[in-house]
Design a protein around this ligand. Sequence first.
Ligand code: COA
Length: 230
Amino acid sequence: MKLSYLYGKLMKKLQGTCVINSNIDKTSVVGTNCNVVGVRMSRYSYFGSDCQIVNAEIGAFCSISDHVFIGGAEHPLDWVSTSPVFQNTRHSGPSKRIAKFDLPKSKKTIIGNDVWIGHGVTIKQGVVIGNGAVVGSNALVTKDVLPYAIVGGVPAKTIKYRFPKEVIDRLEEIQWWNLPDEKITEVVDLFHIKNPSLEDINRYFPDNHNVVGIVCVCGGGKYQNINKLQ
Ligand SMILES: CC(C)(COP(=O)(O)OP(=O)(O)OC[C@H]1O[C@@H](n2cnc3c(N)ncnc32)[C@H](O)[C@@H]1OP(=O)(O)O)[C@@H](O)C(=O)NCCC(=O)NCCS
């Protein structure tokens, strides 16, 4: 291994990361130089480096790349000034006398399960991203994203869907992300089939399988409501 590579890795590690008031599952990873505040993240998800994530619920099996901003603060648009010096926050700085007003409460952002968020994405606070969705690199997401949609652009628009509707509906029904590891191990070959058909999925989940009420790992059940966006 090259010395310069190891040096780069070490320098990245030294940058550290800041996680406050958050609950990150032990199987999940927060990259270097991230600022994570008020975040709950379920199993097998990760943030890359240089992310800023505030007041968010993140499902399981999510892949969140570098330089992603989720739930950034909003300044008041309808006050005489948008400047935070009028708010009672750490930004008040030397102008304490005019820092009179409470900060408006931020809205929680919800990211479903098995969501892939590309490099450099910004997601506005309060947005709900459906299970299985993909957000293309450098997108600015201002509106909710439907399950299994692929969105991109500024502002983000739907480019296409990952699978046909009947497959999406079945995956939403199965909610495989809520299964315990042992059950996922049993059906793991399904995860290697390209463009799986309904028949493929039903081969691995033959009955009217729905994990709701059977197993719920790391709060995954919280995301059931986002199945109903359509
Ligand atoms: C969104 C994405 C997943 C789509 O991949 P794809 O299906 O192979 O996309 P294609 O190249 O076939 O493009 C399909 C259409 O979407 C557009 N598109 C692709 N990526 C886009 C993006 N990030 N933003 C806006 N539009 C995008 C293409 O221009 C094309 O438009 P057209 O149909 O009008 O010609 C991919 O482009 C992307 O952004 N991946 C993220 C990469 C990344 O950030 N990696 C970091 C490491 S995790």
